[in-house]
Design a protein around this ligand. Sequence first.
Ligand code: HEM
Length: 505
Amino acid sequence: MSSRDSTANQLLEYSRKQTDHRDPITTSGGNPVPEKDASLTVGYHGPILFQDWVLIDELAHFSRERIPERVVHAKGAGAFGYFEVTHDINQYTAAKVFSEIGKKTPIAVRFSQVAGEMGSADTNRDFRGFAVKFYTEDGIWDLVGNNFPVFFVRDCALFPNFIHVLKRNPSTHIRPDYDMFWDFISLREESMHALLMMFADRGIPASYRQMHGYGANTFAFVNAQGKFNYCKFHYLTNQGIANLNSDLAEKINGSDPDYLIRDLYNAIDTGNYPSWTMYVQIMTPEQAAKTSYDPFDDSKVWLHADFPLIPVGRFVLNKNPKSYFAEIEQIAFDVAHLIPGIEPSPDRMLQGRLFNYGDTHRYRLGINTTQLPVNSPFKVNNYQRDGHSSLQSQNGAPVYHPNSFKGPEEDRRAKALSPIIPLVGDAQRIDSGQDENYAQPRLLYQRVLKPAERGRLIQNIVSWLKNANNVIQERQLANFAKVDEDFSRRIKEAINAGSHPQVNL
Ligand code: HEM
């Protein structure tokens, strides 16, 4: 860490831009403050007067400075920039954000750790969040992705359980609790693909600028003729991938826990703007009915050989936030914010996410979250009014629909682009845990990873799995053997090389 980089110089830069004139301090009501550093007392040792509004105003605001942190992805960094279309994909989608080559749309991006709290270190082994907010002429489109193309569970019913095993043990308040983690992982075999990715080199990125992003869930495109196709989003870094090995990451955790935030801020502040190239994969409904794997299962990738990456555009981050809290802590990405031309798919994780983000925003930020400047679409016309901290008047438009007073009407274009989806089936709860879970992890281990990468993957797994009790270890080793016998054997040997107490469950 350099001692005088852009983050260190932030206050110096502020003061350099000021003239000698200094504005008066005010209360939150804008009233000039006569004395900032002393409370109003009766004599030198007297008690403080209740009429010291300056003090009360300050203390009351101070005790309300913190709001609930995100229940996941609490620690992060963000920036602003633009998305530019470089390739025509109108044959697939009528979404205006992609309407013509050269079109630019303002964006906000937030990168994050999944498991750690707001104060946790940046270089832990974890997935990283990579969420993009597009401020389009059709309102906000939030593409809320991660730095990996797959996830640990494929049914949203399991999401809170999975997150619980990453968080603190509620009795001991210790994180990670290795028994909790490996118990769940070993009992839910669909986690294998994401697990291998997290324990391989990319599990600790060296920079937010040097990792890819993936929408991961399956979405759908609708074109101007109403033709419907499934799609996945990828945004690949133009800076090249860079990762930290576990030892170095551990050292940085101790010496510079905000390492990734600092890196992003400094790069943008010095004009070294990071960019990503955006691609889509397209799958027709006919192909979706025939693929050998479930195209709506987010523990699986769509093989590039069958569904090639189609370039769409690029995005660039060129502006740091001025206030982390106002612009990044209060930014609210909602998977349900979709624009005409982009639709959800039956992906069970995506379906759960459609509800959960808006719900958590109502808890974390309130009912008028979308009126905060960083979340605000360019235009809102609706029949919602009021609530905590509402800023909108909607110019006196009627507050009920239908009406005879020229209030806003349904959008014909959006209606034409709404797909008619034929659905059949019996309502039932189907546990998909025993669907095919190993073909793609096997491909990753045997074909994609090079021998040295496999070696590091094994070391990284051992450093966590050795801490779990032996019953859970055995179960997980049996799962690893379903990926590759030799893989499991090597992990077992490395664990046995240390000595670990046996327990009975
Ligand atoms: C059923 C599955 C899931 C549920 C219920 C869920 C729920 C949540 C919740 C409640 C938050 C906190 C949002 C906030 O307070 O603003 C969050 C954040 C986030 N989630 Fe998920 N999530 C799920 C799966 C996923 C998946 C599969 C991905 C990636 C492909 C993902 C990416 C993110 C990201 C990037 C954030 C942080 C957004 C930000 O920077 O503000 N989540 N998620």
